[in-house]
Design a protein around this ligand. Structure first.
Ligand SMILES: [Cu+2]
Length: 92
């Protein structure tokens, strides 16, 4: 679980907010979405097993280009341990 913050452009009315909200909620792992129309700020809460790309892609498809302004880092970084290559250790 974590949350990320997006800066979404192109939202002009309440309908846009709904579109953005629905597009993000349709993504696996997303639990909650808060859209601020005035600032274009969108906070997404949930788990992001595939990273942020599906969210960005879904918004782009709806016509609202977005960038991630802050949030959790990719967890894959934590997986690079001291394991030797190959085998079936906990890091694989
Ligand atoms: Cu609109």
């Amino acid at each position: 679980m974590g949350s990320i913050e997006l800066s979404v452009t192109g939202m002009t009315c309440g309908n846009c907010v709904k579109h953005v909200d629905h597009a993000i909620r349709a993504i696996t792992g997303v639990e909650d979405v808060q859209v601020d129309l005035a600032s274009g700020n969108v906070v997404v809460q949930g788990a992001f097993p595939k990273g942020f790309d599906p969210i960005i892609a879904a918004l782009a498809e709806e016509g609202y280009p977005a960038t991630v302004t802050s949030g959790i880092q990719k967890e894959s970084v934590a997986k690079t341990g001291s394991c030797k290559s190959g085998g079936s250790c906990c890091c694989n």
